[in-house]
Design a protein around this ligand. Structure first.
Ligand code: ADP
Ligand code: MG
Length: 807
């Protein structure tokens, strides 16, 4: 078939570890039969020869061709895990690591003790583990403990096309580890797997691999997928548009599963509910398999492809522009209104949600055939794009959106935003419809909009602040990060900003005489401690300082709460019914009341929103973290459970750093004393130092837009305390904030008050008298037009004069 025989690499590689063994695996006949249908099975020999002959191999193949589930099995059978070695597979998504380890265990008839997984919070790895699925972040941490990864015989980097930051870094690191292992006579095989052929960043990068690794392409059978664009592009209610499209497909088109792409868990659930209501499915439904007879027959040959490059007609909204009137795409219509949600005579729809955090046993449902007499409809997020392949899908409904983690280059704050996908993603999504027979993809946007999508999304590493990554790399003693063989290097300004923040936090040693050789400062002892905590450097600094005055349990709680975010339920959302409105009102009143209690009084209250977080977690734990307590007090139960988990994990991490501390964080912690709260405020300031803000005083008011506004060290514009903050009315002169969000104005959230005299003592790196640069470097975030200063001096930036010193 389509595999190109790889050129064996001019070696130092000649297969000293070519295994001579064959480890038998006892699969059930059904499994064996299903496997034989996978395209990669036909290529087993080609794949294995390439791996035996080369230290590094790249495998490309369409989603569903069997890469993730089969390649580890090939290696196992060939004896790569026979003498105590482990085959490691990294995934950028947790859901894939868990679900793939379960699938492979089942296919091989082996227990989870042998085929295991490890993700950030959990895992089932044992001494017997031979095949280990893990997230890319987990392997990076392991490299810190054992740079040579001695226990692994093979590392497979899966889903490399996603270009997640850790995957990229792993490839860079492994490009060095593989030759090192070879020198030691303990060869390590590296296999990079990708769903697309776009691998030049790996192959054409001479800094990465001195010898170009062979690329094996696995051709998957892919049936044609007819793509239908919408004429109009709904701007907000794409979820409603999905609903209407699914209804039409279900009522009008022949049997075949439907896969809908939405952006997040809440959306997925709400569409599932709507669809279930419209086409109810009861477990004992007696409906027969009547799809073909009860629905009008449609001539599938009557479809026309709307190629994206002929998309101009899509801009044409003329109502009688039904030149393509026979086109079912148009018949299915764009956002036709008046679709009622009442049940009709159609078949039941077997509706299943699919997203990352769904419990594994619920995820597994999508792989089973739907009950007879129903049609499968999976409402999914991005996870169904390449990580998981759902059988039997014939129709794809693509909202064209995804939730992306966006980073503000200025504030360094991340948030999830719904944005358009890239063209490559849209194509992947469409491809899901053609796995078993010809299919159809309905894009809920016009072809003109599609043409405006980015071709590929940029690698994550080029889009986000990299201070956590740089700290991890420095902890690996990679000092000149600028020389690291990144598959795609992050922008130099991002590296510089990270280095600067880490120096300011004291995680790196600033070497004056080496100023010219910037970006090569070595890690400090504090930095080493910080690097062991699995949180962002600002938070790691807080943890590192908190052994004093028994502040650790509180800092752990605050950091966990800040990491989880969105602790509080959205109580201002519009209610569905009068009853719900009354309920919401009651909850909101109670929440506001509790917020005041949690914030404490007097000195306690100065810790501000962080004190509210602390109080909320404490009270919630005291109640046993029950759902009722959360509902009554406007807390998100899931968030509280997540915080509990993180607190446990951070406590373990902290204990391993300061073994003698013998710490045990009781979920039911006592409230902090007033003195402890004062220490906590200083600890928070030390960690969030670059997020310092000072209220503009009356005499400095330039114009009205600065009323009640704060000046920050990072931005030129006025920022305000968010109305949800307990310090909203207090307006302390100096505050630090967790993040800035931009809605109608720039708002600070997670605000805590600071005493001015602490600033020079705790933030010496920021208290210099250097003037701001005459010609500031180009705006760090071109989109916003805001200027970020280099190492801001609080004196200049927030307009604070040192109090006159009496001599
Ligand atoms: P790739 O990694 O190339 O995208 P996979 O190895 O993930 O392909 O999938 C190969 C096949 O295994 C697909 O047809 C998929 O539907 C099937 N599969 C994967 N996981 C499961 C599961 N848990 N249950 C049933 N089938 C599964
Ligand atoms: Mg895969």
């Amino acid at each position: 078939a389509g595999a190109r025989a790889p050129e064996p690499q001019a070696a130092p590689s000649r297969a000293p570890c070519k295994p001579a063994v064959f480890i038998p695996v006892h699969r059930t006949p059904e499994i064996q039969e299903a496997r034989l249908k996978l395209p990669i099975l036909a290529e087993e020999q080609v794949v294995m020869e390439a791996i035996n002959d080369n230290p590094i191999v790249i495998i490309c193949g369409e989603t569903g061709s069997g890469k993730t589930t089969q390649v580890p099995q090939f290696l196992y059978e060939a004896g790569y895990a026979s003498s105590g070695g482990i085959i490691g597979i990294t995934e950028p998504r947790r859901v894939a690591a868990v679900s793939m380890s379960q699938r492979v265990a089942k296919e091989m008839n082996l227990s989870h003790r042998v085929v295991s997984y490890q993700i950030r919070y959990e895992g089932n790895v044992t001494d017997e583990t031979r095949i280990k699925f893990m997230t890319d972040g987990v392997l990076l941490k392991e490299i810190q403990k054992d740079f040579l990864l001695s226990k692994y015989k093979v590392i497979i980097i899966d889903e490399a096309h996603e270009r997640s930051m850790y995957t990229d870094i792993l490839i860079g690191l492994l490009s060095r580890i593989v030759p090192l292992r070879h020198k030691k006579g303990l060869p390590l095989k590296l296999i990079i797997m990708s769903a697309t052929l776009r691998v030049e960043d790996f192959t054409a990068n001479t800094r990465l691999f001195s010898v170009q690794p062979p690329v094996i392409q696995v051709d998957a059978r892919q049936f044609p997928v007819t793509v239908h664009f919408n004429k109009k592009t709904p701007l907000d209610d794409y979820s409603g548009e999905c609903f209407r499209k699914v209804c039409k497909i279900h009522r009008m088109l022949p049997a075949g599963g439907i896969l809908v792409f939405l952006t997040g868990q809440a959306e997925v659930h709400s569409l599932c509910r709507r669809l279930r209501k419209a086409f109810p499915y009861q477990k004992n439904s007696t409906a027969g398999n009547a799809v073909e007879t009860t629905l009008p027959k449609i001539d599938l040959n009557n479809y026309s492809v709307v190629p994206p490059d002929e998309g101009d007609e899509d801009r044409d909204f003329d109502s009688d522009d039904d030149a393509a009137g026979s086109d079912l795409d148009l018949d299915l219509g764009d956002g036709d209104s008046g679709e009622d949600e009442k049940s009709d005579s159609s078949l039941p729809l077997y509706v299943l949600p699919l997203y990352s955090l769904l419990a594994p046993e619920k995820q597994a449902k999508v792989f089973r055939p739907p009950p007879p007499g129903t049609r499968l409809c999976v409402v999914a997020t991005n996870v169904a794009e390449t990580s998981l392949t759902i059988p039997g899908i014939k129709y794809v409904v693509d909202s064209g959106r995804e939730k992306r983690r966006c980073y503000d280059r200025i504030t360094g704050v991340s948030s999830f935003r719904v944005s358009w996908v890239c063209q490559a993603s849209a194509e992947q999504r469409a491809g899901r419809a053609g796995r078993t027979e010809p299919g159809h993809c309905y894009r809920l946007y016009s072809s003109a909009v599609f043409m405006d999508f980015e071709k590929f999304s940029a690698p994550e590493i080029t889009k986000r602040p990299v201070e956590d990554l740089i700290l991890q790399m420095k902890a690996l003693n990679i000092e000149k990060v600028i020389n690291f063989p990144f598959p795609t290097p992050p922008p130099t300004e991002a590296l510089a900003a990270a280095e600067e923040l880490l120096i300011a936090l004291g995680a790196l040693k600033e070497l004056k005489q080496q100023l010219a050789a910037k970006l090569s400062c070595p890690i400090s002892p504090l930095g080493r401690v910080m690097a062991t905590f699995p949180v962002a450097p600002r938070y790691a600094k807080m943890l590192a300082l908190s052994r004093q005055h028994q502040c650790l349990p509180y800092t752990i709680t605050i950091v966990s709460a800040m990491t989880v975010r969105e602790l509080f339920e959205e109580l201002d959302r519009p209610a569905g019914s009068e009853e719900e409105a009354a309920q919401l009102k009651g909850r909101r009143a109670r929440f506001l009341q509790m917020q005041k209690v949690w914030a404490g009084q007097g000195p306690m209250q100065k810790l501000g929103d962080l004190m509210v977080m602390l109080g909320a977690v404490g009270a919630c734990e005291y109640s046993g973290c029950t759902r009722e307590f959360c509902e009554q007090n406007g807390l998100r139960h899931k968030a509280m459970l997540e915080i509990r988990r993180l607190r446990g994990q951070l406590t373990t991490a902290v204990n391993s750093v300061c073994r003698d501390a013998g710490l045990y964080v009781d979920p039911k912690m006592e409230p902090p004393t007033e003195a402890q709260v004062t220490y906590l405020r200083q600890i928070v300031l030390a960690g969030l130092g670059d997020h310092l803000a000072r209220r503009v005083q009356a005499e400095e008011l330039l114009d009205d837009k600065w009323r009640n506004a704060y000046k920050t060290a990072l931005l030129e514009d006025p920022v305000f305390i968010h109305p949800s903050s307990v310090l909203f009315k207090e307006l302390p002169e100096f505050v630090v904030y967790q993040e800035i969000v931009e809605t109608t104005k720039l708002y600070m959230k997670g605000v805590s008050a600071v005493e001015p005299e602490w600033i020079p003592a705790l933030l010496p790196p920021y208290c210099h008298f250097g003037k701001p640069l005459e010609n500031p470097p180009p705006s760090y975030c071109p989109g916003t037009g805001r200027v970020r200063c280099h190492r801001p001096s609080v004196f200049y930036r927030v307009g604070w004069q040192l109090p006159a010193v009496e001599v």
